[in-house]
Design a protein around this ligand. Sequence first.
Ligand code: UDP
Length: 239
Amino acid sequence: MSLPPIKRVLLKLSGEVLMGDQQFGIDPAFVADLAAEVKAAKDTGLEICLVIGGGNIFRGMAGAAQGMDRAQADYMGMLATVMNALAMQNALEQLGVQTRVQSAIQMDQVCEPVIRRRAERHLEKGRVVIFAAGVGAPYFTTDSGAALRAAEMRCDALLKGTSVDGVYDSDPKRNPAATRFDTVTYDKVLADNLKVMDASAVALCRDNKIPIVVFSIREKGNLARVLSGKGVQTIVQDN
Ligand code: UDP
């Protein structure tokens, strides 16, 4: 099963890919490499929306596990995603790619608020739009933010660039016999609780028929390969 033709894509990057080989934070050299991948994809004529996680800086669940109030910790996590968005904006603009950051938590001095029609206009003008702060509410993740923006911006696919090269039937780090799916349905992902994205994000994509492509962004050139249908990936969609 292959993807439908893609004109507009939402690329979700986990925060952890921004830290490169570090244990925490942002590695500017690695962000520059990621930006080059995004530029290469954009140069093929694609319209690109970006959503970046915050797990390299702060995750609400981790704060809550250490006794913090969950909602408070989640707001910290959302602020982390804004920092990552600014880092990516900087890296893209150093490569000459025009960008705008739109945050679901209003931060006028730093970036625009999320305004769908304005985002449309940015894309028409060839800018990459980076959506920050997830859905703007605690108890969600940037996966849900990515699914929401993919739906409202009518993206043809949601590409999830992460550290693993697809969806496996069990955790490949713990089970050497784990096998990767080439394609899998939304319903199987939800029923078997496969680790793709959180359930609300998968359900939103299913209800809006947005294919999810899970691939490793750590390998150079992989984004372009995945977009041309030649990469190692898992596609989540209906049969
Ligand atoms: N977050 C949130 N609401 C959102 C998006 C993010 O509360 O709509 C918080 C949440 O605490 C999350 C953190 O921001 O743990 C960082 O996002 P995420 O864990 O999705 O980042 P990733 O795993 O992709 O790096």
